[in-house]
Design a protein. Structure first.
Length: 158
């Protein structure tokens, strides 16, 4: 018997372990690197959090009035943009299911969806800018903390 014959099974097991870890590591890495974000969620949505916690944030009378004015127009504009985007996506889906191939019309619809998505992201960013201007720095910091808490609870504030 070869003097190192008894170590062969150990070397074989070690080699298998290394190979398996190489296979599972990329999957674990990908899972760790994937963001905790779903495409259907807004980039950020502070208004609902501020509305829910208006008293806790201690908005003064002027802030309350400005916030109420914002609520009269901004959410309706966002909802209209979201509805338009949903309809465009549905039109593309129907066209694809009905046999639309790689055509200039399809490419135009795809580009339109991209523009609408960008407009919604810009709308959300503008909303954050507006809320930052409305609230004092401490209130804004607290609103962001409340928003982050809502994310950890598995809720997406709209």
């Amino acid at each position: 018997m070869h003097p190192f014959a008894h170590t062969a099974p150990l070397k074989h097991a070690a080699l298998i372990a290394v190979l398996l870890s190489g296979l599972t590591a990329p999957a674990q890495f990908a899972r760790a690197e994937s963001p905790a974000y779903h495409l259907g969620e807004p980039v950020i949505a502070l208004v609902a959090v501020i509305k829910q916690h208006e008293k806790a944030l201690k908005l003064d009378a002027s802030q309350q009035e400005q916030f109420a004015q914002w609520l009269k127009t901004a959410p309706a504009k966002r909802k209209a943009a979201e509805d338009k985007l949903a309809n465009t996506r549905l039109q593309l889906r129907d066209a694809l299911m009905n046999g639309m191939g790689d055509t200039p019309e399809r490419q135009a619809m795809i580009e339109d969806i991209g523009k609408q998505e960008a407009a919604l992201v810009a709308m959300r960013a503008g909303c954050v800018d507006r809320m930052r201007a409305l609230l004092n720095p401490e209130q804004f910091k607290e609103a962001v903390a409340l928003y982050k808490t809502s994310l950890h609870k598995g809720h997406s504030a709209k």
